[in-house]
Design a protein around this ligand. Sequence first.
Ligand code: 5AD
Ligand code: SF4
Length: 379
Amino acid sequence: MENKYYQIITYGCQMNIHESEKLAGILEELGYKKTDKKENASVIVFNTCCIRQGAEDRAFGNIGALKGLKKKNKDLIIAVCGCMTQQKDRVEKIKSSYPFVDIVFGTHNLFMFKDLLIKRLNTNKRVYEISDDDRLMPEQTNMVRDDKFNAYVNIIYGCNNFCSYCIVPYVRGRERSRNFNEIVEEVKKLIDSDYKCITLLGQNVNSYGNDIEDSNVNFNNLLKTLANLDGDFTIKFMTSHPKDLSKEVIDTISENDKLSKEIHLPVQSGSNKILKLMNRRYTIEHYMETINYIKQKIPNVRLTTDIIVGFPGETEEDFMETYNLIKTVEYDGIFAYMYSVRTGTKAETMPDHLPLSVKNERVNKILNLEKEIQKKNGR
Ligand code: 5AD
Ligand code: SF4
C-alpha cells in the first residue's frame, strides 16, 4: 500500500488515551502511519468522552470543523467512537447532522475497528456499530504506545457503582476484570522493554477481581505480585473509590518501594448530605479515617482528589463543608468540576439544580484555595 496516514484525536481520561493506543495498533497493522497533519490523513478518528457536557461540545465542534476537509478530500474516512457514541441519541445526532462522518462505533465495539474500516472502504456506505453487550474486551497485543517511559495497563473495565451524577456505568457497562496472569505477563513484558512507570487502569481499581470466583484474585494480591517482579520500575494505579480502598492495600503500598506513593482518592463533596444524594456510599468520617491512615502509614504520600461543585441541592453550607475538608486534608492536587447534568442519570431528575453562576463562583473558590495550599506548602 502507498503511504497512507491516520490521526487519532482523543478526549477524556487515561482509559481513552490507552484505547487510542489500541486503535493506533489496529491502523498500523493495516499499514497506516501516524501523522500530525489532518490534511495528510486518510483516516481521522475521534475517540470521544461524555463525562461532562463540555467534552461532548468540544468533540462535536471539532468533528463539525472537518466538513470542509472532507469536501476537498472525498476519500477521507472520518470515524467517531468512544463514550459519547455509546449513547443512542448522540449517534442519531451524528446520523442526521454530520453526514460526512463515515464510521460510528461504541465502547464495546472498539476491537471491531479493523472490520468496520474495511467494511466502509469496500461498501461506500456509512457504518454504525453500537452494541450493549459489555463482554470482556479481547486481549490485544499490537497496541502502539504513545510513550517509551510510561505505559498504561487495563486491569478492570466498566463500573458497578452508579454514582448518581455519572454517565460512566451507562457507557462502559458492568465491571469485568482482566485475567490475573495476562496482566502480570503484560507488565513483565513492559518492564523487559524498559518501561519505568506502569499505570494500572480501572474506573474502580479496588473492585479488581470481584467478578472472578478465585478469592486470591484481588487488587491487593495483584499489587503485591507486581511489586515483587524484578527490575527498576514504579507501579501507579487509578482510580480508587474511597468506600473500597482498604487498609490492606494501604499497608501494601507503604511496604513496597515499587508501588507509587501517589494516591488519587476522589472525595467529590465534603457534605454527608450531598454524598448520600451522589450515592457515593461513604461518609466524610469514613473518608477522613482512610486519609488519616494513609498519612500515618505513608508519610511522603502525594494525595490528589476530584471535587464536584454545584450538585443539585448543594447549599452554601454544604459547599463550605467541601471547602473546609480541602483545607484540612491539604491535597497535593485537586481536579474541581462544575456539576454537569447527564441524560439518564439519577441526578438528572433531582430537584434544586443550581445556576451556572453559583457553580462558577464555587469552582473558582476551590481553585483559589488550592493555590493557597500549594503556596503554603511550598509546592
Ligand atoms: N459533572 C461533573 N463532574 C463529573 N464527574 C463525573 N461525572 C460528572 C458530572 N456529571 C467528575 C468526577 C469524577 C471525574 C472523573 O469526573 O469528579 O471523579
Ligand atoms: Fe462514575 Fe462513580 Fe463509577 Fe467513578 S465510581 S466511574 S464516578 S459511577
